[in-house]
Design a protein around this ligand. Structure first.
Ligand code: UDP
Ligand code: MG
Length: 312
């Protein structure tokens, strides 16, 4: 019987320093994966440094290394999608280039998959050591909120580092949405899943691509993609405002009838107008978020564009 193929998908954006270290790290665990052949698939996400050249060199040196290079930066989610689409493996694993996803877990993951115990082995980090405290705080709050307002299971600390069978890859590929929030998509497709936990590791080289602001926008993307709760919230806001306004009308009519009509209170009026118009703008903004996502979906643009693939 021929060996099964394991594809390692690595989305890379400006990872010229990390990539060679990553490659060597995988070579080091390879002897512990005797039951499979390995295929590397580097997805260069429009890097501005020499990442593409590193990919080319590795491809020359080792025929098991394949790469795809995008025409510009499309984001990690697009990189993952392209990787899954181009992968040939019976099993597929997604890994970051910076070694924050420990390769030492690979043999264990493969073990669970091969035993048929599950279709997906996912990982989560149990702590956020080495991360700014404010960021960790917001991240935790985001996951709490997300799990309250979305029916899709989105696990705190879950990484994109997961190994899956072809069946699961096909399921993920069948979700062709343009606004891709992988953490949600992985939960949405379901399948029997096993979780492995590990302690946070800091990246080996280079810098994180995520500023606080980018993470914040990413969180909003996630909410809009996997929950409609904000829309309901907007309606409830509106309803509450109507009720309050109605109460005020009653109070004012009664007061006028009983005490006459003292015309006063423009400061309170200003406050009310500001408050109500603020809430209106907020709700319009929420609506706008959904509309803009729907707008992008209907355009049906490709998720990524390839500039170079395995030297061609
Ligand atoms: N990445 C990517 N495209 C991007 C940003 C990041 O392909 O636009 C890749 C990056 O090269 C790395 C992985 O996604 O392999 C995770 O990025 P990073 O380490 O910056 O994120 P963090 O681990 O800090 O969440
Ligand atoms: Mg990282």
């Amino acid at each position: 019987m021929s060996k099964k193929l394991l594809t390692i998908i690595v989305p890379c954006y400006n990872e010229e320093e990390s990539l060679p270290i990553f490659y060597e790290a995988i070579r080091d665990v390879e002897p512990k994966l005797p039951t499979v052949d390995i295929e590397f698939l580097f997805v260069d996400d429009g890097s501005k440094d020499k990442t593409l050249e590193v990919c080319r060199q590795l491809h020359e040196k080792d025929e098991r290394v394949h790469y795809v290079s995008f025409s510009r930066n499309f984001g990690k989610e697009a990189g993952i999608y392209a990787g899954l689409e181009k992968s040939k493996g019976d099993y597929v694993v997604i890994m970051d280039a910076d070694l924050q996803d420990p390769p030492a877990l690979l043999p264990e993951m493969l073990g669970y998959i091969e035993s048929g115990e599950c279709e997906v082995v996912a990982t989560r980090r149990v702590d956020r050591k080495g991360e700014p405290p404010i960021r960790s705080w917001f991240a935790r709050k985001f996951y709490r909120l997300m799990n309250k307002i979305s029916s899709t299971d989105i696990v705190d600390g879950a990484r994109d580092y997961q190994m899956m069978t072809r069946k699961v890859v096909n399921a993920i590929l069948s979700m062709k949405e343009y606004n891709r929030f992988s953490k949600g998509i992985f939960g949405w497709v379901g399948f029997k899943r096993k979780w492995l936990e590990f302690e946070n590791v800091e990246r080996v080289a280079g810098e994180t691509k995520w500023s606080f602001w980018k993470l914040f926008l990413y969180a909003i993307d996630g909410i809009v993609a996997f929950s409609t709760a904000p829309l309901i919230m907007a309606s409830i806001f509106g309803l509450i405002m109507c009720l309050v306004a109605f109460l005020f009308i009653v109070v004012i009519i009664v007061r006028t009838l009983v005490f006459g009509d003292p015309t006063s209170g423009w400061p309170s009026m200003v406050c009310i107008i500001l408050l109500v118009s603020g809430i209106q703008l907020l709700c319009m903004g929420i609506l706008g978020q959904y509309l803009s996502k729907a707008y992008l979906e209907t355009k049906n643009r490709p998720i990524y564009l390839v500039q170079e693939e395995d030297g061609k």
